[in-house]
Unconditional design. Structure first.
Length: 167
């Protein structure tokens, strides 16, 4: 796959994910869920804009420069660090609609991760660096979504940390 094809494929994939988040924002009933999904959809749009800029740069100059893609999603380390504060402030959710919405979002994020991994592994130099950064961002999305799913499903876990022990 060429860099141009890779960027174009990533743009289309990111648009699908953004649209899932936008649709989920409309359907979600809980204010926290709406806010999280809105932030994720806005962040996806920022990534689409970044990729469109890189595609234009490629078409005009025949190369891309890689600058840090901006994201509202904190680093994986920061997500893990803030977990305990979030646990104590998270109200219970209705388990119906939101859980289905978040699972759909996880599914499309997983598809995106597979594409980005393929691009990061298959392209060279700057392109690899650019798609590797997008993989890091996707991991942040998945952690946030999984935390929301765990909270709604009351699995006893939050960000993969056990909240209680029955022993």
């Amino acid at each position: 796959m060429t860099l141009e094809e890779g960027i174009t494929a990533a743009i289309e994939c990111k648009k699908r994910v953004r649209d899932v988040y936008l649709d989920a924002t409309k359907k979600a009933k809980h204010p926290t869920g709406k806010r999280v999904l809105r932030i994720l959809s806005e962040d996806e749009q920022k990534q689409i804009d970044y990729l469109l800029d890189k595609l234009e740069e490629w078409e005009q100059a025949g190369k891309v420069t890689v600058d840090k893609s901006r994201t509202a999603i904190p680093s994986s380390e920061n997500i893990d660090k803030c977990t305990q504060q979030l646990i104590s402030n998270m109200p219970p959710w209705d388990e119906g609609c939101e859980l289905n919405i978040l699972r759909k979002a996880m599914d499309v994020d997983e598809e995106t991760t597979k594409l980005l991994r393929k691009l990061a592994d298959g392209l060279a130099n700057e392109a690899r660096e650019m798609f590797t950064r997008f993989l890091e961002i996707e991991e942040g999305y998945k952690k946030i979504l999984q935390a929301e799913i765990d909270s709604i499903g009351r699995t006893g876990f939050w960000f993969d940390i056990q909240e209680f022990n029955l022993e």
